[in-house]
Design a protein around this ligand. Structure first.
Ligand SMILES: [Fe+2]
Ligand SMILES: [Fe+2]
Length: 153
């Protein structure tokens, strides 16, 4: 059983918060992902609270900005190691950005984002991407730089 099916089979509940099963074994990437889930939890707190579209849009904007910065950091690493699956991975980042933007524009248009919308984004898009594409990228980074401390020497 690979990491994705193990993580998905371990619970029928959606993966909507960061947990160790989402670790890709690269500290920088894991920290980025942890922070993205933290921002998503802030969006959820708004949605489950007053659910004011303006307030939701504000926290979604932070999540969208941070997600895009994270994607850029991964894409820079891909270039650095001449990652073979770069094009496919970048396409997935674009798709993730599209889904987040859709939620953002919905709240900007005065529509309510629901708890279920967030579960779908985090479980079906974020967690799946992390457990497939990001896990593979982290392995390739490790193969290219098995001893990251030596890169600084
Ligand atoms: Fe990625
Ligand atoms: Fe990622």
């Amino acid at each position: 059983m690979n990491a994705m099916s193990a993580a998905l089979a371990s619970s029928r509940r959606p993966i909507n918060s960061w947990k160790s099963t989402l670790s890709v074994g690269n500290e920088n990437i894991d920290n980025d992902h942890r922070y993205l889930f933290y921002l998503a939890a802030k969006v959820r707190a708004e949605v489950l609270g007053a659910n004011n579209p303006n307030a939701v849009r504000f926290v979604l904007d932070a999540l969208l900005t941070d997600a895009q910065e994270h994607f850029q950091r991964e894409e820079a690493l891909m270039k650095e190691i001449r990652y073979a699956d770069q094009d496919e991975h970048v396409m997935e980042h674009r798709l993730l950005t599209y889904h987040l933007r859709k939620l953002y524009y919905r709240s900007a248009g005065g529509d309510r984002v629901t708890n279920e919308d967030l579960d779908i984004f985090l479980d079906r898009w974020m967690a799946r991407h992390i457990l497939t594409a990001d896990l593979d990228l982290a392995k390739s980074i490790h193969e290219a730089h098995p001893h990251p401390a030596q890169m600084l020497a």
